[in-house]
Design a protein around this ligand. Sequence first.
Ligand code: VAH
Length: 312
Amino acid sequence: RVLITGSLGQLGQGLAKLLRQKYGRDNVIMSDIIKPPKHILDSGPYIFADVLEFKNLQEIVVNYDIDWIIHFSALLSAVGEMDVPLAIKVNIQGVHNIMELAKQYRLRVFCPSTIGAFGPDSPRNPTPDVTIQRPRTIYGVSKVHAELLGEYYYYKFGVDIRSLRFPGVLSADTHAGGGTTDYAVQVFDDAMTTGKFNCYLEPNTMLPMIYVDDCLRALVEIMETPNETLKLRTYNVAAISFTPEQLFEEVRKHVPKLEVEYNPDGRQSIADSWPQVFDDSGARNDWGWSHHYDLEKMVQVMFELKRKILKL
Ligand code: VAH
């Protein structure tokens, strides 16, 4: 069985749906620390799981016969900067508990990393799998820590940990919580409701991005890859890179009158320290990663889904 921690974030819902199609509704347990909306309860098993409570996690692993943990619980880049002590607890202490749990019960673990695990000293275009990592956010520091701790547990205790560095994720039915790339999600709602968008990044801020279906397929693919195939425990994956102005040009093919104002805020300095283009050739060569959604297709499907969700 699979346990998804932090499953009410941007990726958990879509992943649960995908894994339940493959492994059965009752073999994928969504979890978080808040009460879920009704449609989540109706979609399959959902339980309370606090990654800071080791005993709570042990009980879940035993009572639900868990084999895999997908560990999404974390404070993302921007929100982490607003509460560093909480980010250190959740993103670092939380991952200590998950690693210990995986060692104790021989679990396979997926722990997402991010473009945010790189910093201004890393090569930015392109950024390879293995290079300097000196991130300037507590989110990035905690994700480098998770990568290194995961490798340690793999080589020292044989814990089967896998990780992908995700770029900004575009999804239509969920919102990220406090990320720096979230402008690329929010613009669709604003374009369809007010026709106006206030962008907190400069127009030419290039960032690697991926559509949520590609992102979740990459996660399932690496989790299903035989361990001996993997040369790294952490791989970059991306689809494409784009700037706000390139995204808005594509959005205007659907909402021609979109008006954009650029008012950069604190997230600009975070974005300026991140990769502009990911080199994900390692994933493509080692386990056959390939993206299906380019910018045009991403924007197309986002509008199709948004029209359904917003009933416009
Ligand atoms: C964030 N969307 O902006 C997340 C992600 C690639 C960035 O980690 O913090």
